[in-house]
Write a protein that binds this ligand. Structure first.
Ligand code: GDD
Ligand code: MG
Length: 351
């Protein structure tokens, strides 16, 4: 089975961080998001992955090349202009010669792909969709299933008065190859709004496979922060890079924590990151490579990307800071702040 990853979206809900970097290439606890998906498919013996690209397409090839560095073979398929999830899959048709495992490129989960595949084969499904339960189905694709797993209704982004259950499309599918012939070529087409309702109207076998393991769509700033906290809390089952130097501290190579700094929470530091004296870390904090936290700065529940400097006495709470920013002394970044890459926050600013 080959895997196909849909990674051509604009990532608008994660702006400003996706202005220069596509969503799947954002770091999650100092590791590129896509690497989590690659590790997952490799765990199940998949050796070939097709990347369906549109937005900032060249950046993926620069990072991954032919995939040999990661122990897989990568094929790249570019859309001239974004063709939607269905159009992107259609575009990759020449690589699909059997069952295909298809992923949205922004979901992190611990799904058991082998059990899903066996379920799909045993029940002779045309498409099997992984499902997960959420509190707010209105921002996802709502999926109603019968007791035998057959999907009865697929409704993308329902309004609250259309919500009948809390089960949604987790963004992972197994497709039989012939399904691709039902996707019209050359147009923008969505599997969620077009193909799935179409298969249902034809009474085709569309199955739901309930995933009970961890699942998140990292597509918003709130969720992006959340996945960091969840990984640090060990809820995801993902390994954390770096040396464990304390019960809840992971340090990259050549990183430094002053003996007079106060680490009162869980901390991940990238390579060459530095925390100076009297700085304080509370809650869960991820510092990228080369980040410097100056004297007396206080960070609570934050994610800071590579090579940013947080000045003396600055206070950051529940915020996301892009790469190569300079936050000058005694600035305050309040909860919810999303600071774009390369920003400079002048001293004593309050955001
Ligand atoms: N190549 C390509 N071309 N990829 C695309 C395009 C496109 O035109 N449009 C979207 N994608 C990719 C995105 O990069 C992302 O990885 C994936 O397809 C899904 O797009 P999102 O924009 O993240 O969709 P969503 O989160 O609103 O909804 C989707 O995911 C939910 C689960 O997270 C739907 O599949 C929902 O039904 C589902 O519940
Ligand atoms: Mg999404």
């Amino acid at each position: 089975m080959k895997a196909l990853i849909l990674i051509g979206g604009l990532g608008t809900r994660l702006r400003p961080f996706t202005c220069n970097t596509p969503k799947p290439l954002l770091p999650i606890v100092n590791k590129l998001f896509l690497l989590y998906q690659i590790e997952l498919v490799k765990k199940y013996g998949i050796k070939e992955v097709i990347f369906c690209l549109a937005y900032l397409a060249h950046t993926f090839e620069n990072h991954f090349g032919n995939g040999s560095k990661y122990g897989i073979k990568i094929h790249y398929v570019h859309e001239q202009e974004p063709r939607g999830t269905g159009g992107a899959i259609k575009n990759a048709q020449k690589y699909i010669d059997g069952q295909a495992l298809i992923f949205n490129g922004d979901v992190l989960m611990n799904i058991d792909i082998e059990t899903m595949r066996r379920y799909h084969v045993k029940n002779k499904a045309k498409v099997t969709i992984a499902l997960t339960k959420v509190k707010d189905p209105t921002v996802y694709g709502l999926v109603e299933t019968a007791k035998n797993g057959q999907i009865e209704r697929f409704l993308e982004k329902p309004s609250w008065d259309e919500v009948t259950c809390n089960t949604i499309n987790a963004g992972v599918y197994i497709f039989e190859p012939e399904v691709l012939s039902l996707i019209p070529p050359g147009i923008n087409y969505s599997v969620e709004r077009g193909l799935f309702p179409n298969l249902l109207s034809k009474n085709e076998k569309l199955l739901g496979f309930i995933n009970t393991s961890y699942w998140i769509d990292i597509g918003t700033i709130e969720k992006y922060l959340q996945v960091h906290f969840d990984i640090i809390d060990g809820l995801v089952g993902a390994s954390i890079a770096g040396r464990k130097t304390g019960k809840n501290i992971w340090q990259g190579s050549n990183s430094f924590i002053s003996k007079e700094a106060v680490i009162d929470g869980k901390l991940v530091m990238g390579n060459k990151a530095r925390i100076e004296e009297f700085a304080q870390i509370n809650g869960k904090v991820t510092l990228g490579h080369g980040v410097i936290i100056r004297q007396g700065a206080v960070l609570s529940n934050c994610v800071v990307h590579d090579n940013t400097e947080v000045g003396e006495g600055a206070r950051l709470e529940k915020c996301l800071v892009g790469k190569q920013c300079i936050i000058e002394t005694h600035s305050v970044l309040s909860p919810g702040t999303a600071l774009a890459d390369y920003s400079v926050v002048k001293k004593y600013s309050k955001l």
